[in-house]
Design a protein. Sequence first.
Length: 203
Amino acid sequence: MQRKGKILGMVQFSILLALLAVFCFTPLGQIPVGPVVATLAMLPVIVTAIAMGPAAGSIMGGFAGLFSLVVWTFMPPNPALAFIFSPFYSLEEHQGGMESLLICIIPRILVGTVAGLVHRLLKKLGENNPVRYALAGALGSLTNTVLVLGGIWLFFGDQYATVLGAPLLSIIGLTVLTNGLPEAVVSAIVAPAVGIPLAKIKK
């Protein structure tokens, strides 16, 4: 039974990894809203964290970060902002660096960590309580939004505002409204819709 459980876990992880690749490398996962393209790529990370725990979710988040780095280096959704997410991309005097790697990869890893830990900490709400899943999904998604925008503000604030030609706080506020909050709502809906059936199947 233990061996079957490991095989099942590997199959689940592989399926979610394939779905992550689809969301990262095809237009299906890219929604051009606001200055930073909204993405559905965090959904497989969140589902992995909820179904398999924070460690697996963090690993899936690491893959999401690597996939994002490839996308922003070779086929950026917004070339004017690619230097923020890739150290291998430059725009006139604006050049990415190690800070770009931090913004691109670390928030994605922590999405899985936060979603998995929140889901585990709310265990008292009940195994199949949708609120438990929704909170894990929403907080996981918001982790990505807060850390990415925080990294941009910390490392590339002036350059970001210059490229987009608007005050930094206005851009960040618009991004939260048009990208961050909708992504969190979608994650809060998808997490229980997918996570609860998966939990039942595992049992």
